[in-house]
Design a protein around this ligand. Structure first.
Ligand code: TNX
Length: 736
């Protein structure tokens, strides 16, 4: 049987024959690898109910862990299964551990017999990147020690090596600091929590006190558990922003000294650490307790989303800017980070910060985590700094993973598995030399909308599984169909471990396109050997519904419902595609500039394909995203066409930096009288996620329409992402 290994190994050869595993097989390990062999035995005990006898000689029938300096990569390994023995060879214990993880995937998820036949095979494997991470925010919601361990264990099965633990934020401080008891008493708890979505009007709260923190003993236990699995725990202590919880406990850490509460809703808050001597002392004392708990060479100091409002109005800050000869508050932030870096470096550690630490000058030895797209990574790598890629477009697992309406509430966005899988961590702008600064990539799990461990698992898996292959495997080996197939097998391993992963493998991907000038629905499933059934009368498809095969012609407006079936048994959820016929469908369209590479939708044709964007997931195929650019859309008809209305919608999600434009322009271009500017209309700004606009044109005849959509501009003070360029998201252009 073909093995289904994730992440896919560099080289895999299948040989004739099998190795028979039973309880009399013995185990051998070279001295450095004994701990891994023992870990393996613990695993067998749990899985098969027996352990193997660890012997100090290589018996005839053995599983052998062999230390081999000829294996180049420290994390690499070789796994050889032959009829008589199984060998796992590696230079280091970590490599041997990964060999063992691969071996685990050769065993059936559910064991039904005492004797297991294992296909003879030879695998040679090593990772592409040295940093393969997953993040977890425990501030917005708090997770038990048991869940953290389970999460870490799953990451180790995927050969990830870093767990980025986001321990402090506005909504709660989650690590015990003995010197500052109020961090436990005050900063670890909030009075209540926002329920529903931040954008709901009015916002609602649950009225219940919420919180908790990890004691230093628990932290040690977790770090130890992780290190047995070759996972480095990277702690994050946020500064100077996302510090409201700490300031609630010790108001003197802020600029105003005013008493504030631990935040009860999400967002970016203005109360940030004031760069006073006493604040630096506080942070140094905190780090003095944090650093010894984590063997990690890196400490993450945050650095993101720190509004400068308080600093601008603070006498001390302004004096400091003058005294230090700084240009502005951004340079003050850089001063803050550089100073903390010096301290951390003096203790033999290095800092990592979010890409905002580039603003006002990068601290000399810092590693940058690039989240606002990849520009931060490019800039940092070009100036010789290490970078880790974690852009929102491909790495934010708090976004929706399916456009199905029944998905649990998420922050927004749309990041399906395939998009994660398609991620290329090395930005195209980097030369081969510069690319060496890319340490790897990471998936982030921010937990504003993730209040239980079940939901955390649902959002993290399988996208973390795709990320493991992105960071471990050779990109030439990557193939989404093949991955999906291996994943369908991996599901059984997850089932056996009671992981509440999301399964969207049996969902339908649907498009409206043209085939031989005929407008058609084009439907696809991820797993290919299944049946699609559909209806067009608004009902949900059943085992008797019509079978879809190869394109479905469209004549006029229609609602298509479809689902994946195993013959007559429905596997996935219903998929609905609403086609609204209008005059621009099938016309010629051009676009300048092109959408941002992270949000291309289904390209320019998607703007006039009769299908509107999803109302809660701006990243789907129907929304096109542009970052900080004015957009011109030109639609051309074969002949002069009579037009009564042109309408579209803009997405408006300020938390994600998306703003509707403030105005929109339209021109008609005709052969006879050239260009006529028809109108520029203001767009009414509202606190709603969808901002529609319609031009009333009363039967204008034209061959060519030009629509001009200026960018909103820079994000205003007081809003999330203030000072950054705003995004514009444009939906279907409906011409009637
Ligand atoms: C931005 S990513 C944040 C977080 C939020 C996240 C939600 C980053 C450095 N800051 O504080 O939780 O967006 O997606």
């Amino acid at each position: 049987m073909k093995p289904h290994i994730i992440p896919i190994p560099s080289q895999l050869d299948i040989h004739e024959g099998v190795f028979v595993l039973h309880k009399n097989v013995s185990l051998y390990a070279d001295a450095d690898l004994i701990a891994v062999a023992e870990f393996f035995n613990d695993y067998l005990k749990e899985k098969l109910g027996y352990t193997l006898l660890l012997q100090n000689k290589q018996d005839v029938q053995t599983i052998q862990f062999i230390q081999d300096d000829a294996i180049e990569n420290d994390e690499g390994y070789q796994l050889i299964v032959s009829a008589k023995k199984i060998q796992i060879k590696a230079k280091t214990a970590q490599g041997a551990f990964y060999g063992m993880q691969t071996f685990r995937q050769l065993l059936p998820a559910v064991v039904e017999s005492d004797e297991l036949q294992i296909q003879n095979i030879q695998i040679t494997d090593a990772p592409r990147f040295g940093y393969r991470g997953m993040h977890l925010d425990v501030s917005r919601h708090f997770f038990s020690v048991d869940f953290i361990k389970k999460y870490i264990d799953l990451l180790s099965q995927l050969k990830m090596n870093t767990f980025h633990w986001h321990l402090t934020d506005d909504q709660g401080w989650r690590i015990e600091i003995k010197r500052y008891p109020k961090l436990q008493k005050v900063a670890a708890y909030r009075n209540e929590t926002l329920i529903g979505h931040y954008n709901d009007i009015p916002q609602q709260f649950d009225g219940k006190k919420y919180g908790g923190y990890y004691t230093q003993e628990e932290v040690k236990d977790i770090v130890n558990y992780a290190s047995e699995r070759f996972i480095t725990v990277l702690p994050e202590i946020e500064m100077p922003g996302h510090a409201q919880a700490a300031i609630a406990a010790y108001p003197e850490l802020g600029c105003t000294g005013e008493v504030i509460n631990v935040a009860t809703k999400w967002g970016v808050f203005e109360d940030i650490y004031c760069p006073k001597e006493t604040t630096f002392t506080f942070l140094e004392n905190v780090l003095d307790e944090v650093m010894p708990l984590f063997p990690s060479k890196y400490i993450h100091i945050g650095g993101d989303e720190a509004p400068k409002t308080r600093w601008k109005a603070c006498e001390h800050c302004q004096k400091l800017i003058e005294k230090e000869n700084l240009h502005d508050e951004h340079e003050l932030q850089s001063y803050f980070i550089t100073r903390m870096e010096k301290y951390i470096n003096s203790k033999g550690k290095q800092i990592i910060g979010w890409d905002e630490i580039l603003e006002g000058g990068l601290a000399p030895n810092a590693t940058v985590m690039s989240w606002r797209g990849t520009n931060g990574a490019v800039e940092a790598a070009k100036s010789g700094h290490n970078v880790i890629l974690t852009p929102t477009s491909h790495c934010y697992f708090d976004y929706y993973q399916s456009d199905n309406e029944s998905e649990p509430l998420a922050i927004g966005g749309y990041l399906p598995l395939e998009k994660v899988y398609s991620f290329e961590p090395i930005p195209a702008e980097l030369s081969k030399e510069e690319a060496k600064y890319v340490l790897g990539a990471q998936g982030n799990l921010w937990t504003e909308y993730i209040s239980s461990s079940e939901k955390a698992a649902y959002m993290a898996f399988p996208r973390a599984i795709a990320m493991s292959e992105v960071t471990w495997s050779n990109p030439r080996k990557r193939d989404y169909q093949d991955f999906a197939y291996r994943l369908s097998h991996f599901h059984k391993q997850l089932d056996a471990q009671h992981v509440n992963y999301a399964n969207h493998l049996y969902e339908i991907e649907g498009n409206v396109t043209t085939r031989d000038k005929q407008l058609v629905f084009d439907l696809q499933t991820v797993i290919r050997d299944k049946t699609i059934r559909y209806t067009t009368d608004g009902t949900s498809p059943t085992g008797n519904s019509k079978i879809y095969d190869n394109y479905l012609p469209i004549e006029g407006s229609i609602i298509l419902n479809a689902a994946v079936f195993d013959d007559t048994q429905k596997l996935g959820r219903d998929f609905t595609l609403v086609y609204n016929d209008h005059k621009a469908v099938g016309a010629k369209i051009s676009l300048a500039p092109q959408p941002h590479t992270s949000y291309p939708g289904s390209g320019k044709e998607g703007l006039i394909n009769g299908v509107s964007g999803n109302e809660t997931r701006y990243g789907d195929k129907e929304w096109l995203g542009f970052w900080g650019k004015d957009v011109t859309i030109t639609i051309e008809f074969d002949e002069p066409t009579k037009i009564n209305t042109i309408s579209t919608r803009f997405y408006n999600a300020n938390g994600q930096w998306i703003y509707a434009p403030t105005e929109i322009g339209i021109s008609f271009i005709n052969d006879e009288d050239g260009r006529t500017l028809n109108q520029i209309s203001p767009i009414q700004q509202k606190d709603e996620t969808l901002i529609p606009h319609t031009f009333q044109l009363n039967g204008v005849m034209t061959k060519k329409i030009e629509i001009f959509i200026p960018n909103y501009g820079s994000i205003p003070e007081g809003k999330q992402g203030a000072g950054n360029k705003a995004w514009t998201f444009v939906d279907e252009i409906v011409v009637k």
